[in-house]
Ligand binder design. Structure first.
Ligand code: CA
Length: 223
């Protein structure tokens, strides 16, 4: 099993390398975020141990770029900060697990074994319409390079549109798929949420991807 260790501190990196080699792993070390992204794309590996604190790109950005490059090996993030939002952020950008520094080496190897057992799980493909993209696994929505913050309901609505590009979707159909069956408000809730969505994904970008189809419903332009 080959592991890529991403850590800029030479001392920690060599401790990890030595420890993992003693466990029988082949270990490559990247000392910067850019090297890590390059090495992850260039060399096969079975897992990546990724420190969040790096001199150039931070670990979150490295993780995002590694996933963007199509490498799906499990990623174990090392964070010095025991902050919930950091863990969530790590998982959001495509990390599989995290470990807070300082950690016991035995815990690192246990987590690593579990991740490698699970293997590289390819995430569902990113949904796209033109330069608008939605990643169902990381729940990141972007217009071009710009990340867009959506509420859970807005996200579900956009996901449904993106799964049915070019189709006219009636308000009833949208309600059935995006709202749960306990919902019994009026169908104008769809109009309200479409308006919210347009304010976030279209208007700031001068786009017009969600079209109103008079008397029928809405249609997302495939782009
Ligand atoms: Ca570091």
């Amino acid at each position: 099993m080959r592991v890529l260790v991403v850590e800029d501190s030479p001392k920690t990196a060599s401790l990890l390398k030595r420890g993992l080699e003693e466990e029988g792993y082949a270990v490559d070390v990247a000392a910067s975020g850019k090297d890590a992204v390059w090495m992850a794309a260039e060399y096969p590996n079975d897992a990546i141990v990724l420190d969040v604190g790096l001199p150039d790109l931070d670990g979150f950005e490295v993780c995002r770029q590694i996933r963007e490059g199509g490498t799906w090996s499990p990623i174990l993030m090392l964070t010095a900060l025991d902050a919930v939002h950091d863990r969530v952020r790590g998982l959001d950008v495509g990390a599989d697990d995290y470990l807070t520094k300082p950690f016991a080496f035995t815990e690192l190897t246990a987590r690593l074994r579990a991740l490698i057992r699970r293997g590289a799980a390819e995430r569902p493909a990113v949904l796209a319409a033109g330069d608008l993209t939605l990643d169902p696994s990381t729940r990141v929505v972007r217009r071009g390079d710009i990340a867009i913050d959506l509420t859970a309901k807005e996200f579900s609505l956009l996901e449904f549109f993106l799964r049915h590009p070019g189709e006219v979707l009636t308000r009833m159909r949208l309600i059935e798929h995006v709202w749960d069956f306990a919902y019994d408000g009026g169908s104008n809730v769809v109009d309200v949420y479409v308006k919210y969505l347009r304010e976030k994904i279209d208007r700031p970008f001068g786009a017009n991807s969600i079209r109103t189809v008079r008397g029928a419903g809405y249609r997302l332009d495939a782009g």
